[in-house]
Ligand binder design. Structure first.
Ligand code: GTP
Length: 335
């Protein structure tokens, strides 16, 4: 049975200041940390043992996820004192697994509804060294682009560039043969995107592409984080994690977590979610937004396409549009 590694150690600079006190994978989308949605996806593919490869704000994962038994999983934690890069993190985390089974690695900032079971199945039946989930995007400039021959062999793996070789991109979910991970140099910064994959391709390694165009989103920017949350609430993205969540109400327009104190005259729509214990005053209007646990929204406030973080308070009749609001800062979300 395949086992997993979740890469959750990055600094998430594009999401500052939200990531100042919480790592990106612990930010909530559709009422739950991004990581919880990813664990549900791994669980659905039969993966029950996962190492969280942590570095930046590493101490914030264990209090929430514990040993994973709440989700019927076994969770282990690898901590990098200083970030080792994506490949360095994989090599470090794999030491906790000691396995001969396939190792599935997930970037910790992706929402994907692709068929992970089939990706693992193809990897094993092809006896590949690595099988990469690939997806197509309209504009590949912000991603690593990939070319693949007709047999499914990846022939080029190139990092972000102005003129990408194709619109097929690395979707950030890899199945590895354990031997390949053992070859990654230890105790230094190594990148899978810049070193491991290009070198493996150059040396004739069997690097296969698994092209699956199901729902996929990199939630690394503020706009995408909100989009991801809306897509989970409205059912565009696979929201398996919500099945075991503490939910008071969920329909195609909104998700309300337990203990939220909602005035009955408030309107919540366009995929908004209201976190545990949040307070929503009379006549408030909330559209396309994330209201995190414990946030307070005053009477008559209007919140559009915004992220109201844990513990933030919004004044009565305030008008908030495309903003991040924390308990101490307000920042515009770039279009
Ligand atoms: P930005 O700074 O906004 O680019 O975000 P990021 O820090 O998350 O970097 P990036 O999006 O390139 O990282 C992709 C994934 O790999 C994310 O899930 C990161 O948490 C993770 N990651 C990146 N670098 C490291 C690392 O050195 N160690 C570990 N454990 N994870 C990493």
């Amino acid at each position: 049975m395949a086992v997993g590694i979740l890469l959750v150690g990055g600094m998430g600079t594009r999401l500052m200041p939200l990531t100042k006190h919480r790592p990106k994978p612990m930010l909530t989308v559709a009422g739950l940390p991004v990581t919880e949605h990813q664990l549900a996806m791994a669980r659905k593919a039969g993966i029950t043992t996962v190492v969280l490869a942590t570095s930046y704000l590493s101490g914030l994962f264990t209090p929430y996820f514990g040993d994973g038994s709440r989700w019927g999983m076994k969770l282990l934690y690898a901590v990098e004192d200083s970030a080792l890069g994506t490949a360095g993190a994989i090599a470090n985390a794999a030491q906790l697994l000691q396995t001969e089974d396939s190792i599935v690695v997930l970037n910790g900032d992706v929402l994907s509804s692709h068929d992970l079971s089939e990706q693992i199945r193809q990897h094993e039946s092809n006896r590949a060294d690595v099988t990469l989930h690939l997806t197509r995007v309209e504009d590949a400039r912000a991603y690593g682009s990939v070319s693949m021959d007709s047999s499914g062999q990846v022939s080029a793996f190139l990092e972000k560039m102005e003129q990408p070789v194709s619109n097929i991109i690395n979707a950030g979910c890899y199945v590895f043969k354990p031997e390949v991970i053992k070859e990654i140099p230890r105790h230094r910064v190594v990148s899978v995107e810049r070193e491991t994959f290009p070198q493996l391709i150059d040396s004739g390694g069997k690097v296969r592409g698994f092209l699956d165009d199901s729902y996929w989103l990199d939630i690394g920017t503020p706009k995408a984080l909100l989009q991801g949350s809306r897509d989970l609430v409205t059912g565009i993205a696979d929201a398996s994690a919500l099945r075991s969540a503490d939910i008071a109400h969920h329909d195609a327009h909104s998700l309300i977590m337990v203990r939220a104190k909602m005035d009955s005259s408030a309107i919540i729509e366009h995929g908004s979610c209201i976190g545990i214990g949040a307070t929503i005053g009379a006549g408030a209007y909330i559209s396309g937004s994330i209201i995190e646990d414990g946030a307070v929204i005053g009477r008559g406030a209007k919140i559009l396409d915004s992220y109201i973080a844990f513990g933030a308070r919004i004044d009565e009749n305030a008008n908030i549009s495309a903003q991040f609001v924390t308990d101490s800062e307000i920042l515009s979300i770039p279009a």
